[in-house]
Design a protein around this ligand. Sequence first.
Ligand SMILES: [Zn+2]
Length: 244
Amino acid sequence: MSKKVWIDAGHGGKDPGATANGLQEKDIVLKLSQGIKKQLETEYEGIEVLMSRSTDVFLELSERTAAANKAGADILVSIHCNAAGGSGGFETFRFTNAMPASAALQISLHREIMAALNPYRVTNRGQKSANLHMVRESKMPAVLTENLFVDVSNDAGLLKRQEVLDALIQGHVTGIANHLGLKKKEEAAVSKNERDINVVSSWAATAWKAMTEQGYVDGSRPGAPITREEIAVMLSRFINNQQK
Ligand SMILES: [Zn+2]
């Protein structure tokens, strides 16, 4: 069963959100949202990421939650940047009367995003609750992230660096994956990297050829596991050869 994650990039189109220092909130949150979708779907199995918007278009808040509820998303994360906030920093919001799963999602997201931001000395403004439409009207566990302040010069400087956007994306991805218990694709793909059992390893080629010529093995499937009866046959051939 695939998990459905709804990523809601705030604002868009005629609504730029917060603007300052040459930054527009709507552009930053779209980049973050696209990055989160791409990384989640590339790195994890059993996941489908749906978006309120994947381009620069305007949507009412009610359209966003209606679409997420209709899609039956398992969780919703609304992505924003902040403004008018003194010293800047990162904070997250759940609904004031949030279900326990929303609080759990908030803990996971907040922890992982702050960890990813660790090299950049971002202020941790904490895990908060508020009566916001996106977290109130979503039927599934929902959290809104406020990703730094466009009007605080230090934060704005960070938001202009791709490595900081990548850290924010990584934090969201790990927080979501941990909350949903997603499995990394590498774990499932290991079998694809396994050896071909019909091809002898180079380090064993000489011995394999010699043992085949002497009849201890029949030369087939050099990489296959061996059974107790096969060992018994090989040992008996060895003993017979010694007695000749
Ligand atoms: Zn916003």
